[in-house]
Design a protein around this ligand. Structure first.
Ligand SMILES: [Zn+2]
Ligand SMILES: [Zn+2]
Length: 478
């Protein structure tokens, strides 16, 4: 067993910061110690295999990204990051656990979909991973299968109020699934957009010759996000299901979630970096086809309407609980291009799995959130929300040695795939939705279960380091 002592850093948790040393034995954190502690007369630094000096740096729990789509088939193509490339990129950015979405496609049995996802991921991941289960065909057989999910370490399932003919569930199906959620404790995750209404607008816009990426945002109007969010909340209220609304982008949807929470309902919201920083006007709406880089659902919203400011505020007030990426990368060439001349054929998704910690740290620098809140929304709450807390999301004895040493005096330039000028990313994409973003901080060192996998701007891990993590029920319910 290798022993590591991380010395002289500031350990930051969701509740505070303290100067402390962290001792790791093998894969596990065994002690958080007063700086320079000579426990029982031992010179710890002289006794361990390796000392990492974290002077002037933050020592934080490894990031938990609870919303990724590696290798997801979508619109005749598949997300360009494999589990291998996507989890390695995540590690570069200080994320040490992902929860990806196993897919039950229409006509497929739930456990066949799950088995296929295990096959894609097993032996290929750089970091630990778990799965949510997408229920894409909610029938009697699926409802029965849901009883067995928790035994498989899967404590949450996702339904779609959008994408008729693909993943869509109607209100009757949602009600049945939520009854099951209330009965089993499984978290219901909801893609809350009114899909049938969106499809009408898409058809009308295309008929008027409005084919540019911008109209993706017009068709997916905020009213249709607010309405679906409200409907999901009321069905959850009726059934008693815990509800987690994914990728919230409209301030009106946030208000629905906040109102439900004020009434004591177990309703939670997630947003993503793209909704905090990017907009309909500046990104999706750039002339020509370039806006395709930023086609994702829910869509980027108008800055003039104030969604971005409201989302930052909701992160401060805990109206929104956490930030995931919804990482779903597609290259422009051969993938996004499928939608040239028809925005509805552009594969939906943005790649961000590598940049979540950095982009949210910039929120700390900009005075949007506190340092502690940064750790909470990127690691601690995701771990609690999805039944990983104790092992993940916290630096404490008994937790996995998943640790990031973050340099607040470092710098990160986000750019195109490796191009020699230091502005880069490691995701398998031919562009970046974040090109030109400059971050006043840097992920220096990343440990995954006690193994140093990123250090000194090098990747030191191996394919297959990551293991499947069985999750328990949510530890965040009120
Ligand atoms: Zn979704
Ligand atoms: Zn998603």
């Amino acid at each position: 067993m290798v022993t590591i002592l991380i010395q002289n850093g500031t350990v930051v948790s969701a509740t505070g910061r303290v100067r402390a040393d962290v001792l790791i034995d093998g894969e596990i954190i065994v002690a958080v110690l007063a700086p320079g502690s000579a426990l029982l007369g031992n010179d710890l630094a002289a006794s361990v295999d390796r000392v990492i000096d974290a002077t002037g740096k933050y020592v934080i729990p490894g990031g938990v990204d609870a919303h990724t789509h590696m290798q997801l088939p979508f619109g005749g193509t598949a997300a360009s990051d494999t589990f291998e490339t996507g989890t390695r990129a995540a590690a570069w950015g200080g994320t040490t656990t992902i929860v990806d979405f196993a897919v039950q496609s229409y006509g497929q049995r739930v456990f066949d979909g799950l088995a296929a996802w295990h096959e894609k991921a097993a032996g290929n991941c750089a970091i630990d991973y778990g799965f949510h289960q997408i229920i894409g065909d909610l029938n009697e057989d699926s409802l029965q299968a849901m009883d067995g999910l928790l035994d498989e370490g899967i404590s949450s399932f996702k339904l779609f109020m959008a994408y008729p003919g693909v993943f869509y569930s109607d209100d009757a199906q949602i009600l049945r699934a939520m009854q099951k959620s209330a009965e089993t404790g499984l978290m219901t995750m909801m893609h809350a957009e009114n899909g049938p209404a969106i499809d009408v607008l898409v058809t009308q816009l295309l008929a008027e010759g409005k084919t540019d990426p911008y109209y993706h945002g017009v068709a997916r109007a905020w009213q249709l996000e607010e309405e679906a969010t409200h409907r999901a909340i009321m069905l959850a209220n009726l059934t008693g299901a815990p509800l987690y609304v994914v990728h919230v982008s409209a301030k009106q949807a946030v208000q629905q979630i906040a109102a439900a929470r004020d009434h004591g309902q177990n309703v939670f919201g997630e947003t993503c970096p793209q909704y905090l920083y990017l907009s309909l006007e500046e990104n999706l709406g750039v002339p020509g086809f370039e806006g395709a880089k930023w086609v994702c659902s829910t869509p980027l919203r108008s800055r003039a309407e104030g969604h971005q400011d409201h989302l930052w505020q909701s992160l401060r007030t805990n109206d929104i609980q956490m930030v995931s990426t919804d990482h779903c990368p597609f290259c422009m060439k051969g993938q996004k291009e499928l939608g040239l001349g028809d925005f509805s054929k552009i594969p939906n998704g943005i790649g961000s799995v590598e940049h979540r910690l950095d982009l949210l740290y910039q929120g700390v620098v900009n005075g949007r959130i506190s340092l502690e809140r940064w750790v909470e929304i990127t690691a601690t709450t995701p771990a609690r929300m999805f039944g990983l807390y104790g092992k993940k999301g916290v630096i404490q004895p008994g937790a996995d040695g998943d640790i990031v040493i973050y340099d607040p005096n470092g710098h990160t330039s986000i750019g195109l795939p490796v191009n020699g000028n230091g502005k880069t990313h490691h995701m398998n994409m031919d562009h970046s939705a974040w090109e030109g973003y400059e971050i006043d901080g840097h992920v220096d060192t990343v440990l995954s279960r006690g193994k140093v996998i990123i250090d000194d701007n090098s990747y030191l891990g191996s394919t297959g380091d990551g293991r499947f993590v069985k999750r328990g029920l949510s530890q965040y319910l009120i």
